[in-house]
Design a protein around this ligand. Structure first.
Ligand code: ADP
Ligand code: MG
Length: 331
């Protein structure tokens, strides 16, 4: 039973970045306006996510780490009505807790004097005690995969694991400019957003002045798009001269969920045509609004790849939106 839980854990939490993703989503679901992510050694040594969200009571906490418990949906009706929170499966905390040493400190926003600290190790609660802490939640994950050597063997270098963490936190920071997001690696701040700006301000904080200055706005509604499932496309794309040799700076979202999609990427690349050298990619932070039925996002929790009923139409729509933004800038 323990072994089964650990194998299942590997499916959901494949590497430090997947744990970071789950914890960040929980903080955003908890309505946080501040979110701090600090990792050591690419997250393999420790991951700490602190938020000022709605927090948990002692009994919330005890329930939260159990398998398949979620406070976010109550039944099938909620699922059918469409899930608005980022999480709903109720697996993440339980899974992370079964392959690490997990400490959660939380204090609800209900005027409670103190909070609760829960320590969990390899899937068992070690202690639950009152603790002094600010409103909100701090989750600490130490020694990820200490009891799953097979999973540990697949971990790459610190630099690679941190690159994955950085990409995850960046994606959420760009999609939530109204949340102050910071990322610290081995004690050094990598970026922090103010939580008071728009997308342009978040791009400035995350990618720096030079990239922010090269960004061109994209804002196209249905009536100005070629036929297809996409209702609107908005965001920022870079001047072709500001490019990189990695796709990593293409941050794309469907209905506010960070996704990867061949159709979206090919649409973006198509709009630049020959203005980019071979194997060069622009910066792009692009949000697509698509009616739920035209898109299949409800795939494996770990995978971010989306498919559309009509990939070709989506590719043409994205190409057209980005191309007209570039054209407006004489490009
Ligand atoms: P899910 O997000 O799918 O509900 P999780 O295992 O990620 O499942 O979390 C379980 C529950 O723990 C959540 O439903 C939520 O009630 C609570 N929770 C987790 N993280 C936080 C947080 N940062 N702030 C407040 N509540 C949280
Ligand atoms: Mg969750």
């Amino acid at each position: 039973e323990d072994t089964v839980a650990r194998i299942a854990a590997g499916e959901v939490v494949e590497r430090p970045a997947s744990a970071v993703k789950e914890l960040v989503e929980n903080s955003l679901d908890a309505d946080a306006s501040r979110l701090e992510v600090a990792v050591e050694e690419g997250g393999t040594e420790s991951i700490r996510v602190a938020d000022d969200g709605h927090g948990m009571t002692e009994s919330d906490l005890r329930v939260a780490v159990r398998q398949h418990t979620t406070s976010k949906i109550e039944g099938l009706e909620d699922l059918e009505a469409g899930v608005r929170t980022l999480g709903f499966r109720g697996e993440a905390l339980h899974t992370i807790g079964s392959v690490s040493r997990l400490t959660i400190r939380s204090r609800p926003r209900d005027g409670s004097e103190a909070g609760t600290e829960l320590v969990y190790e390899g899937g068992d609660a070690v202690s639950v005690e009152p603790a002094g802490c600010p409103e909100g939640t701090v989750v600490e994950v130490e020694d990820l995969f200490y009891n799953t050597p097979a999973r540990q063997k697949f971990l790459k270098t610190t630099a690679t694991e941190f690159a994955h963490v950085n990409r995850v936190v960046t994606r959420y920071a760009l999609a939530n400019p109204d949340v102050a997001v910071s990322l610290v690696h081995d004690g050094r701040e990598v970026f922090s957003t103010t939580g008071q700006g728009d997308l342009q301000a978040a791009v400035l904080s995350v990618y720096g002045r030079e990239v922010a200055a090269a960004m061109i706005p994209v804002e196209v509604d249905e009536e100005d798009l070629p036929p297809g499932p996409v209702d609107s496309i908005s965001g920022l794309v870079s001047h072709p001269e500001t490019n990189r040799s990695s796709r990593e700076y293409l941050a794309t979202y469907v209905n506010d969920r960070a996704v990867t999609s061949d159709a979206i990427r090919e649409g973006i690349m198509g709009a630049y045509g020959t203005q980019l050298g071979s194997d060069r990619y622009p910066f792009a932070t692009l949000f697509l609004e698509v009616p739920g039925e035209a898109v299949d996002v409800n795939v494996h929790p770990r995978k971010r790849e989306v498919r559309f009923d009509d990939d070709d139409a989506v590719r043409r729509q994205v190409d057209s939106a980005v191309e007209s933004a570039l054209l407006e800038h004489g490009l």
